[in-house]
Design a protein around this ligand. Structure first.
Ligand code: PYC
Length: 326
């Protein structure tokens, strides 16, 4: 356990359509690096105990996504953001970025209008509206493989698409377990079994990228939604929100099947009932640019204290060891 580190870290908590985000605004020494990828590598090497300290028990819980604000790496950007969870770091996080924007507004650092935020996956344009909703113009999404069959221990084989939306997803309609809040424990077992099978069979995204999010699409429960999902995240918890990067990847799979035209709205319901509205626009070079709109609410501000005598001051690691996929 590291003997050094900050005595305290200041955070602002929010939730986006039910999924919590904890933004670190002060106290965590800035990572080194000229790019966001270098900063993630530096954090993993030198400050991983702070990741656990901020989001894991006993201060946090498995569903929290943390966001460390950094100076921007690109000219014209407002800030950088590194997203992390109980197990690892994320390339991008849609609900988390919406929470970051509302946090910056809460702190008086941002007014309605647009701002660019640098993330490890790329620079993302955000738009804060007068009514408090936030739209993100995400990094390009795309489909890597369609109709991939996976033999899953204890279940019928599952067929799904491998797609990117800022993180890598395996997206299936195969609801062997109903996508309902009352079934989240079973959904966790089912999607974990799919994740294990994907790892065991060496199924990856482009250039061998690890797939670390499993998304099940099903019929919506809301009249104003097109689809409801359950998303297993890289740390082993499920996304309470409709998952911004998951909705981005989902829209790419629909577009590839001519089921979603440019500009057509896609209303994605999350497992707890929140809603993101998404749509695609064409990029300059034909890429699919996903737009995601949602709401976040600030729920608290806190100073996290690190007592040198506390053996758990840097959190309780996951039982099977932390995942390091990014
Ligand atoms: O909204 O992109 C997202 C996300 C990823 C993991 C949790 N939320």
């Amino acid at each position: 356990m590291p003997s050094h580190g900050p005595r305290s870290v200041h955070v602002v908590d929010s939730h986006t359509e039910g999924e919590p985000t904890r933004v670190v605004i002060d106290g965590w020494p800035q990572p080194r690096g000229a790019t966001m990828a270098e900063r993630v590598a530096d954090l993993r090497d030198g400050s991983d105990h702070l990741r656990r300290a901020v989001v894991c028990e006993p201060r946090g819980h498995d569903a929290i996504v943390g966001a460390l604000l950094t100076p921007p790496v690109n000219e014209g950007s407002l800030a950088g953001a590194v997203f992390f969870n109980n197990g690892t770091y994320l390339g991008m996080c849609g609900h988390g970025l919406i929470g970051v924007i509302r946090t910056l507004q809460h702190l008086g650092r941002l007014s309605p209008g647009s701002a660019l935020i640098d993330t490890p996956a790329g620079t993302v344009r955000t738009e804060l509206s007068d009514d408090g909703t936030v739209t993100i113009e995400n990094v390009a999404s795309f489909v890597h493989a369609q109709d991939v069959r996976v033999d899953v221990a204890g279940y019928e084989p599952v067929v799904g698409d491998v797609a990117y939306g800022g993180n890598w997803f395996f997206i299936t309609h195969d609801a062997q377990v109903p996508v309902e809040m009352s079934r989240v424990a079973e959904l966790g077992r089912f999607t974990s079994a799919i994740q294990q099978a994907i790892d065991a069979h060496g199924i990856t995204g482009a250039q061998g990228s690890a797939i670390d999010h499993i998304e099940i699409s099903a019929a919506p429960s809301r009249a104003d939604a097109d689809c409801r999902n359950y998303v297993l995240c890289s740390g082993g918890e499920y996304d309470r929100s409709p998952c911004g990067t998951g909705t981005s990847a989902k829209m790419a799979t629909l577009h590839a099947r001519d089921q979603l035209a440019f500009g057509e709205p896609w209303r994605q319901e999350g497992i707890v009932g929140g809603l993101f509205t998404g749509w695609l626009t064409p990029g300059l070079h034909g890429e699919l640019i996903p737009h995601i709109r949602g709401s976040a609410f600030v729920t608290g501000e806190a100073t996290l204290l690190f007592d040198e005598r506390d053996p758990f001051r840097f959190g309780i690691p996951l039982p099977d060891g932390d995942r390091a996929r990014v």
